[in-house]
Design a binder for this molecule. Structure first.
Ligand SMILES: [Zn+2]
Length: 349
């Protein structure tokens, strides 16, 4: 089945007319076009922080659930995901199945002893963290470190984290770090990690350095905001005060990050899957321009993963909307069509 897409393409809004020649866009007409889709075109959406295949912390990866979650992402127009931490070794079809998103993953989370969810991830001594991380990066290109945990978990020391970054970069990999404390965030930025995940309570003074050194921020803003009402109903505790303090200022941190030129990535980190539109709207509500909030979930996130946009030679992904989603982010709820690897996988005629 040959798919042709035409219309105004974001980010620049120019008119394009592209044919999918297998998994490559081309402007050269391809014979036997069976589907023509017209509208406002994005090069597919990206969820840069999602953990498909499991719904309860500590449980093992379930292949049927994994497939189901990934289908939900495709329904939402997501053609690529990054999983910073998986609950088990993914099956061979993960990231390769023609009907399911392209995928990048970091294998199991790497955490300090006594931190993170029981049953998930790998506990690693400080003196072996760099070696374990570089071995993981050789396998999958990414490593995920739990840099700190909840309100009281002592952060991974900056010298350990710096060793991880050096070892992983030496093998061509990248490091994503979970932080929800000021100290863990500061260590991650000082170590020069590739992406800060959540970044709750990060000191805003560090944003300029993040922008300069190319450290991305995946704020998972909607995910944190979603939890807040439930946390507010709990009895007072240090853990409650920590979370409420961080979640309440997180939107302004996101706005400041965008303002400082930090690359922001849209990630959901929550259930149900296939809700990247909620994060895009949360980023916009926080103060990012709709154009930039969409970039965080589409062309800029793709560029971060090494995927070019809607241009000849690029992998043939697209999500198509009736109207310009920048003027109406609710368009994200109603994609006309989703093209993945040159195939029409949702919608169209
Ligand atoms: Zn996560």
């Amino acid at each position: 089945m040959v798919v042709r897409v035409r219309g105004r393409a974001l980010p620049h809004g120019e008119y394009v007319d592209l044919y999918a020649d297998g998994d490559r866009w081309t402007t050269d007409p391809v014979r036997n076009v069976e589907a023509v889709v017209e509208g406002w075109l994005l090069p597919g959406l990206v969820d840069a922080h999602t953990h498909p295949g499991v719904e309860v912390p500590g449980e093992p990866l379930d292949d049927l659930m994994l497939r189901d979650h990934l289908r939900q992402h495709v329904d939402a127009g997501v053609t690529a995901i990054r999983s910073p931490g998986l609950a088990g070794e993914p099956p061979d079809w993960f990231g390769a199945d023609p009907d399911l998103p392209r995928a990048w993953h970091a294998g199991p989370w790497l955490a300090q002893h006594g931190q993170f969810f029981d049953g998930w991830g790998r506990r690693v001594d400080h003196d072996e963290m760099a070696a374990v991380a570089s071995a993981q990066a050789v396998r999958t290109g990414w490593v995920k470190i739990i840099g700190d945990w909840s309100s009281a978990g002592v952060p991974v020391p900056v010298d350990v984290l710096t060793g991880v970054v050096d070892a992983v970069h030496a093998v061509g990999g990248r490091v994503a770090v979970h932080t929800q404390q000021a100290g863990g965030g500061a260590a991650a930025v000082a170590a020069g990690v590739d992406s800060v995940e959540h970044g709750m309570l990060l000191e805003p003074e560090l944003l300029t350095r993040m922008a300069e050194q190319g450290t991305a921020l995946t704020p998972t803003l909607h995910g944190l905001q979603q939890v807040l009402p439930e946390v507010l109903r709990r009895d007072d505790s240090p853990g409650k005060r920590w979370f409420v303090e961080g979640a309440r200022v997180h939107a302004s941190l996101v706005a400041a990050a965008a303002e400082a030129g930090v690359r922001v990535l849209a990630g959901t980190d929550s259930l149900p899957h296939g809700r990247i539109m909620d994060e895009v709207r949360a980023l916009a509500a926080a103060g990012m321009r709709p154009h930039d909030a969409l970039a965080a979930a589409s062309w800029d996130a793709r560029a971060y993963l090494g995927l070019p946009g809607l241009e000849p030679g690029a992998p043939a992904d697209a999500v198509v909307y009736a109207e310009d989603p920048r003027t109406d982010l609710d368009q994200l709820d109603h994609p006309i069509a989703v093209v993945l690897r040159g195939r029409l996988v949702r919608g169209g005629h």
